[in-house]
Design a protein around this ligand. Structure first.
Ligand SMILES: CC(=O)SCCNC(=O)CCNC(=O)[C@H](O)C(C)(C)COP(=O)(O)OP(=O)(O)OC[C@H]1O[C@@H](n2cnc3c(N)ncnc32)[C@H](O)[C@@H]1OP(=O)(O)O
Ligand SMILES: O=CC(=O)O
Ligand SMILES: [Mg+2]
Length: 356
């Protein structure tokens, strides 16, 4: 671990100064596309207008014989397009793969000024982030970059989960962490074959009434990812970085996708991955606070004045703690509304009604 005094020093002569605060830019959906897939590439400029983050994926879901094509495709997409305020991220191949070194060298050298965040898969501990951190500094210095690239880790190995706090704090480049439920399930030897989401076998059952152990006992499916998401959120908040739910693989089941995303939102995540265009609007809806919640938050903030003491609003006690919860919702709403006039109007209309 670096000394706290050196934590914000560049790791290579000529590399840009590390950031001291992770920018809280909207990132409700990180939209994955395969840059070697011509159809997806053709859709990228239009999709960029709808998403907060467009991510050129080079890792899993790209066939081994398409790895170079995906890397080159991403370079081309980045050079030929200006995505405006939409962030451009990439997911490079894993650190033990034969492709990652060329991924990093090529991307930083060719399009380092266009990329915002590099997602690193299968992170096991702080040592993986330290390796990427130094290499990026060397490459940034050589490319003459003025802005440091940020790093996002996927939490998808059992050792990654065991070390999540040290991963979150391993470098000032750490922007955030996403849950990777598919690889994590394999790494942990969980017995689900789904990409995220629940499992009907993971449940609790009400107690028996009398001697009958079978009839009248309601079961409730539980969230397989609750523990990991909650732990990831705490690690991220501890280090001032952003937590995300990752992929939901049942593209057809838009209802369960929305539920999984909402669980993550309520637990503190700021966004999730969209693997297919149909998941973009789900993420947008879920990770933007609902107008009625924003209206309530603004009402409590207005009633609480300097934020101390206790008041009753609509039969509910409010105090210093609840106004802080309301500020979280209201500040997120303001940040999202600043770039989205439709959302701003919905929030203002609901607030007007609540305050009338
Ligand atoms: C566990 C993990 O690592 S998750 C992350 C890695 N996985 C990924 O990145 C997967 C990304 N998504 C995909 O590859 C695809 O969406 C698939 C394979 C799941 C489904 O693809 P398809 O069978 O083509 O789906 P579908 O027929 O519904 O697609 C409709 C259209 O949307 C396009 N499309 C599908 N997914 C995407 C996408 N992510 N981005 C842009 N366009 C897309 C298709 O090319 C198709 O275009 P067309 O109408 O011009 O033919
Ligand atoms: O990369 C994501 C995962 O779930 O695995
Ligand atoms: Mg994975």
């Amino acid at each position: 671990m670096r000394s706290p005094k050196d934590f914000f020093a560049p790791l290579a002569v000529g590399a840009p100064e590390p950031v001291r605060q992770i920018p809280a830019l909207p990132s409700r959906m990180i939209h994955f596309f395969d840059p070697s897939n011509e159809k997806m590439v053709a859709k990228a400029p239009d999709l960029a207008k709808k998403v907060d983050v467009l991510l050129g994926n080079l890792e899993d879901a790209v066939k081994a014989d398409r790895k170079e094509a995906a890397r080159e495709g991403l370079v081309k997409v980045a050079k030929e397009n200006d995505f405006g305020s939409t962030q451009l991220w990439t997911r490079v191949n894993s650190l033990d793969s034969p492709w990652v070194l060329d991924d990093l060298i090529t991307l930083v050298t060719e399009i380092g000024d266009k990329l915002d965040v590099i997602m690193v898969p299968k992170v096991e501990g702080a040592q993986d982030i330290h390796y990427v951190d130094r290499l990026l500094a060397q490459l940034e210095a050589r490319a003459g970059l003025r802005k440091p690239l940020l790093v996002h880790a996927i939490l998808e190995t059992a050792s990654g989960v065991a070390n999540v706090e040290e991963i979150a704090g391993a470098s000032p480049r750490m922007q955030g962490i996403s849950l990777g439920p598919a690889d994590l399930a394999a790494s942990r030897r969980m017995k689900t074959t789904r990409v995220g989401g629940g499992h009907p076998g993971y449940l609790v059952r009400t107690d028996p009434v009398g001697d009958d152990l079978t009839e009248g006992r309601t079961t409730y499916q539980q969230d397989l990812w609750h523990y990991t998401v909650a732990r990831m959120v705490d690690a991220c908040v501890l280090h001032g970085i952003l937590p995300y739910y990752g992929p939901f693989g049942d593209i057809r089941d838009v209802v369960a996708c929305e539920d999984q995303f909402r669980n993550a939102f309520l637990l503190g995540c700021v966004g999730a991955w969209s693997l297919h265009p149909v998941q973009i609007d789900i993420a947008k809806k879920v990770f933007s606070p609902a107008p009625e919640d924003v209206a309530w938050a603004r009402k409590v903030i207005a009633a609480m004045g300097d934020g101390t003491g206790a008041v009753m609003i609509d039969g509910k006690m409010q105090d210093d703690a609840s106004v802080k919860q309301c500020r979280v919702v209201a500040e997120l709403a303001d940040a999202l509304a600043a770039g989205d006039p439709e959302l701003a109007e919905a929030y203002d209309a609901a607030t007007k009604e609540a305050l009338a």
